[in-house]
Design a protein around this ligand. Structure first.
Ligand code: NAD
Length: 490
């Protein structure tokens, strides 16, 4: 059951992902999807909209009529028990018709204020009384701060146990985010070096060229810290920093990630300004087009104090990482659309190979998350024909180039994992709670003090100057993400 089936997420991501699973033979013939939303629609109208969304997302529709015949629609009021009772009757009938063994997945693709209400009704109106499995998939944001997240979790866990809750972080569906573990734990040349003896710092950048678009109302209450750092950025940090799990099971991987969250240095009060920088975009030019400042966007306060950019330094106080900064940065209306991780190794003890007037470049391992997918290893090697001059060489692997196809959409993988009962790539409550408690301390300071310098970066740039200074004071600099693209690495 997809709650919010007429919404943007369902149309752009969920229906196309279910279709791809169907097309690849990953869905059994015995499945049914009930679209649940407020609007009144017939099954035919709903099936037609599913068909259109598949066509517009994927540009193909092989066997589409068979596919959409599995879709049903229920017009619903989320606060009204009688709606749930008729939904239950529909689900029970489909269960019999398709012989579904009482297995049910509830996907909440709706505004977060409804999550708790729906979970409570699912239980009280009997939709969770099934003979098979029941699972709840829940979209971000999971709460607005630790307190609201706790309240939401309390409501959800009255109807579902923790291992039945699949909290989506769509970054965990991305091919190269999933690849972090493999790169680390399947290569003898990385894992022995993956610590504070050999790594000087790690940089994670997730930048967008888009502005806030039509999401001004939501974004004003969220900002980049809640929208990106609390979930996606923290998840990438935990995968990069965790200890090797003893097995690749959900519980083992999650418990190693939780240990990272627990080891992240708590920063509060006056310390926040030493570790975190906030920014807000001013007008500027992106791809030759003039764009407005954040404060002029729809539904945004003219004096808004909301950050559209965050840069931060996270210190992980454990044996492996003591002294190694993890720098994170994310923002809207930046120079490029790019998510990359740069692992910078320490300089070798003595440099025998001075390049002309230059020190040797440090070794870098770059993990390209999006839009490109791949890895690049930056090494030094002898310049052909030269005497003993060293130059930088880059060994690249591009996922798309090699396979000749785009890797599956994140949502497709996450939906499939959920159907198989694999919650490894979903966030556990402990991860959510620990990252909210970190973020709350920062937002407490930022909400109390108005940032007089806002807007403090021009659209189409790398963000505010203070983000560069954050690294400069530690003797580092942000590696320019555009120059690290696979296509620029020959
Ligand atoms: P949307 O506003 O486009 O869709 C909302 C859906 O909820 C519609 O189907 C609407 O009919 C239904 N709805 C609203 N009020 C209702 C009510 N009282 N009773 C029954 N149905 C009701 O929202 P969206 O963009 O699809 O986002 C859904 C969720 O997914 C949100 O939590 C959002 O944060 C999250 N999300 C969305 C995206 C995205 O790309 N759109 C990405 C990541 C996360």
């Amino acid at each position: 059951m997809i709650f919010g089936a007429t919404g943007d997420l369902a149309k752009r991501k969920l229906f196309p992902s279910i279709y791809r699973l169907f097309e690849r033979g990953k869905l059994a013939e015995r499945f049914a999807v009930i679209g649940v939303a407020r609007r009144s629609l017939s099954n035919d109208e709903f099936q037609h909209s599913v068909k259109e969304s598949v066509l517009s997302a994927l540009g193909k529709d092989k066997n589409i009529d068979e596919f959409i015949s599995h879709f049903y629609y229920h017009s619903h009021d989320v606060t009204n028990s009688s709606s749930y009772l008729s939904l239950k009757t529909m689900a029970n009938d489909l269960d019999k018709h398709y012989r579904l063994d009482g297995n049910r997945i509830f996907y909440l693709a709706m505004a977060p204020e409804f999550f708790g209400t729906i979970a409570l009704h699912l239980k009280s109106d009997g939709l969770t009384d099934v003979s098979g499995f029941k699972r709840l998939v829940i979209e971000k944001p999971f709460g607005h701060n630790l307190e609201s997240a706790k309240e939401l979790n309390k409501q959800i866990t009255t109807a579902f146990s923790e291992d039945e809750v699949y909290r989506i972080d769509h970054y965990l569906g991305k091919e190269m985010v999933r690849n972090i573990e493999v790169i680390r734990f399947a290569n003898a040349i990385f894992e022995p070096l993956w610590n504070n003896r050999y790594i000087s710092n790690i940089q994670i950048t997730s930048s967008e060229t888009l502005g806030v678009e039509e999401r001004g109302r939501y974004y004003e209450t969220s900002g980049a810290l809640r929208d990106m750092v609390q979930n996606h950025m923290m998840q990438m940090v935990s995968l990069l920093a965790m200890e090797p799990p003893i097995r690749l099971t959900t519980d083992e991987v999650r418990s190693e990630k939780v240990r990272v969250f627990r080891a992240i240095r708590s920063v509060e009060g006056d310390q926040v300004q030493d570790y975190f920088v906030r920014g807000q975009y001013d007008e500027g030019t992106i791809n030759g087009k003039k764009v407005m400042r954040y404060r002029d966007e729809q539904m945004v306060d003219k004096e808004s104090n909301t950050e559209t950019f965050v840069a931060g330094k996270l210190m992980i106080d454990n044996f492996r990482w003591a002294g190694v900064p993890f720098y994170i940065r994310t923002g809207k209306r930046m120079l490029t659309k790019s998510t990359k991780i740069v692992v910078q190794f320490k300089d070798i003890p003595m440099n025998l190979y001075y390049q002309t007037e230059k020190m040797l470049n440090p070794n870098l391992l770059v993990i390209h998350i999006q839009p490109e997918e791949g890895i690049t290893l930056h090494l030094n090697a002898k310049k052909a024909g030269g005497h003993f001059d060293a130059q930088e060489v880059k060994l690249s692997y591009a996922n798309t180039g090699i396979n000749g196809m785009n890797t599956p959409e994140g949502y497709e993988k996450l939906l499939y994992d959920c159907m198989c009962g694999d919650a490894t790539n979903f966030t556990h409550w402990d991860e959510v709670a620990l990252s909210w408690s970190m973020v709350d301390k920062i937002s407490a300071v930022w909400e109390k003090t108005k940032e007089e310098s806002f807007p403090n970066y021009i659209s189409g740039t790398k963000g505010p100057k203070a983000a560069d200074e954050l690294l400069e004071k530690d003797g580092f600099f942000w590696w320019p993400v555009a120059d690290l693209d696979v296509e620029n690495c020959q």
